[in-house]
Design a protein around this ligand. Structure first.
Ligand code: AMP
Ligand code: ZN
Length: 664
């Protein structure tokens, strides 16, 4: 084929595929079979491979994922990506509508579901997709163009080549895909993703676009940020702009145009609420915005949110079900935690069968009996919790629940400390506690042994291959490969991960030991103070109290731990196995003494605990809420109300780079 003919053919295939992709992904009404579509796609791939000089980043073939990135680039949004004022009940909504009525007669509102996904901005130049970014802190986000290209419902070429365009949409992982993804992860023994929103965030922040492509993200576009319409006049209202965007090929949020009056708007909110389960994505509320741009100008902008719109947040969804049973699990420190076993109910998009009951006091305070009808809800729409029991619905066969008097794992008697709600098994050799403490030892902020999850720990223990954490370092790949469902490859990976953990450093090692009341931060302080594991054996309570943030209780816990000969023996065996017992970080300066930080949102590379550890290592304090005493707010991706509060108080806001610069 001549070059000119190839170019023409490639052009034709790209146009055809774009047309059919739009039918499939945006309109949901494909005209050709998947098979025929795949055939066109392969034809284009082959031609492009033969003619690399005709490559185009917006060719539909790039949707399956190109080359991975090394890191994300920051981009400043041309139009800031703001947030919305929340209203939590109909009274607050009425207040908003009253303010509108005062200033704008006969206002109209667009009422839209509030998609619980991730906000992105998409940019087009002369009808071609040129890039997109996450919201970040609203002013600066991350360039995730490579992953956005994999989303079938994002047009790479617009139906009209208007000079420039920026739109905003919400990227989400369709619930069905989320469940399929988790089912696969469960099969592979991988950790489950908490909810579709986290899964979408994780997918969009992958450096390798192939991962995002496989996940199958989707988008609803909900706003026109800015545009140069060329010869056409600009739209005068939100709905008009949405219609323009639809004509350009975008997949739009559903919207209703209603008078700005409580009755019709509340009816629409109720309607949207009732069809929540039937939607392909999670929604956490309803957005109500004035429609005409002229009306918006009258209402104006607030400090961080517009005055012409509000987000009505759904109350946590509640349902009634029956408490069938209560099971008890034994934690790392021997605490017995009761869990409700419920008749399955659908709640905020997932099936709930369990809810924590915390302890016996909780059960008594709520007056819960076995067999009761109970109300459950999802707090923050993630973790199911038991709200109350309904004694009026009792049939007479309900029974009072008693905590077991013996540990369900080892059978030894359990104790309840004076003045404490928790019931505890004090048998140090209790299998459940041993299993939990090995899981803790391997966990991310401890020795971070990838692949050593609860199931493997259980198997290693039940096969007698290990009895405690020090035994991990004696395991061989052959032993692991002999376990059920473990292959050669995963056995070798696990051995490598265990070997690598030897180098974790004393900070993590002390945390990994699971000493009561010693979290990751206290463990790091102790490591820096002591300088070696052996020195920890002999520290007195008095010496320990001189460590920053150590009180009498924490000091006692440390002394108590190292007073047990079996704990010392374990530490010695870890040393003999070659586990590093010296601090990784040099105890650093005190340059941030007296400086208070608040962390919010997800930072690009540091986890919350890593960022905290870096700050505290320099004497700084990390606090959980923003006040006038806060010196810096470190804000990451999807920062929430803390950022808003910081802006209101005029507190210096840092991104990760800013924090690292401050840390030197
Ligand atoms: P918040 O983050 O609670 O201030 O809520 C604002 C967020 O809601 C925006 O950042 C959007 O990402 C998201 N959102 C979802 N659906 C819509 C919609 N239909 N209109 C406006 N914002 C929406
Ligand atoms: Zn026990």
């Amino acid at each position: 084929m001549s070059n000119a003919a190839a170019a023409a053919q490639i052009e034709k295939l790209r146009r055809e595929i774009t047309y059919h992709a739009h039918k499939y992904y945006v309109e949901d009404s494909p005209e050709i079979s998947d098979f025929a579509y795949d055939a066109l796609f392969r034809q284009l791939q082959d031609l492009e491979a033969a003619h690399p000089e005709l490559d185009d980043p917006n060719s539909p073939t790039h949707r399956v994922g190109g080359t991975p990135l090394d890191s994300f680039t920051k981009v400043t949004h041309a139009v800031p990506m703001g947030s919305l004022t929340d209203v939590f009940n109909y009274d607050e909504l009425r207040d908003f509508l009253a303010r509108v009525a005062e200033q704008v007669p006969d206002a109209l509102c667009s009422v839209e579901p509030k998609i619980d996904g991730l906000s992105v901005a998409l940019n087009y130049r002369d009808g071609s997709f040129v890039g997109g970014a996450t919201r970040g802190d609203g002013l600066v986000g991350e360039d995730v163009t490579h992953n956005l290209r994999t989303i079938g419902s994002i047009p790479l070429t617009l139906k009209e080549p208007i000079p420039s365009l920026c739109v905003r949409g919400e990227v989400f992982l369709p619930r069905a895909r989320f469940h399929a993804l988790n089912a696969r992860r469960e099969e592979n023994g991988e950790p489950l993703l908490a909810n579709p929103r986290n899964a979408a965030a994780g997918s969009l922040r992958q450096l390798d676009p192939k991962v995002a492509a496989e996940r199958g993200l989707d988008i609803y576009v909900f706003n026109l940020q800015s545009a140069d319409w060329g010869n056409t006049s600009a739209p005068a209202s939100h709905i008009e702009s949405l219609e323009r965007l639809r004509a350009l090929g975008f997949k739009l949020i559903t919207h209703a145009l209603l008078p700005a009056k409580a009755e019709p708007i509340i009816a629409e909110i109720e309607r949207i609420g009732a069809m929540r389960d039937a939607l392909p994505c999670d929604i956490d509320g309803v957005v109500i915005k004035l429609d005409r741009f002229a009306d918006r100008a009258v209402m104006g902008e607030g400090t961080s949110t517009p005055k012409w719109a509000v987000a009505y947040k759904f109350p946590p969804e509640q349902k009634q079900t029956v408490l069938r049973d209560i099971t008890v699990a034994v934690g790392r420190t021997g605490v017995l935690t009761p869990t409700a076993v419920l008749d399955p109910v659908r709640l905020a998009g997932t099936t709930v069968t369990r809810a924590t009951l915390h302890n016996l006091d909780f059960i008594r305070e709520k007056g819960i009996m076995l067999g009761d009808v109970v109300t459950v809800q999802k707090a923050g729409d993630i973790i199911p919790e038991l709200v109350c029991a309904h004694p009026e619905k009792r049939q007479g066969n309900e029974t009072v629940y008693e905590m077991p008097t013996c540990c369900p794992s080892c059978g030894e008697p359990v104790f309840r400390d004076e003045g404490e709600a928790a019931v505890r098994c004090t048998n140090g050799a209790c299998p459940a506690q041993v299993a939990r403490s090995i899981e803790h030892f391997a966990s991310k902020n401890a020795m971070s042994i990838d692949g050593l999850g609860p199931q493997i720990v259980e198997l290693l223990l039940s096969e007698g291959l290990i009895a405690d954490t020090a035994d991990l370092y004696t395991l061989t790949a052959d032993q692991i490969a002999s376990l059920e469902r473990m292959g050669e490859k995963s056995a070798q990976n696990l051995i490598a991960a265990i070997a690598a953990s030897k180098d974790a450093g004393l900070e993590r090692l002390i945390f990994a030991l699971g000493i009561r009341n010693i979290g990751a931060v206290a463990a790091a302080s102790l490591a820096h103070y002591a300088g070696s594991l052996e020195r920890c054996f002999t520290l007195t309570a008095e010496e320990l109290c001189s460590i920053d943030d150590f009180g009498a209780i924490t000091a006692d816990c440390v002394v108590n731990y190292f007073s047990h000969p079996q704990n010392i023996a374990l530490c010695r065996r870890l040393m003999e196995a070659g586990v590093c017992t010296e601090p990784k970080q040099q105890p650093t300066d005190n340059s941030l003494a007296g400086t208070t930080f608040v962390l919010t949102g997800t930072l690009p590379t540091l986890s919350r605990s890593e960022a905290s550890a870096l700050i505290t290592a320099r004497g700084g304090k990390v606090s959980s809420s923003v006040s006038k005493k806060t010196h810096y707010v470190v804000a990451g991706e999807e920062a929430g109300s803390k950022l808003t509060r910081a802006k209101e108080l005029g507190i210096t806001i840092l991104d990760e780079a800013g924090l690292l610069a401050l840390l030197g």
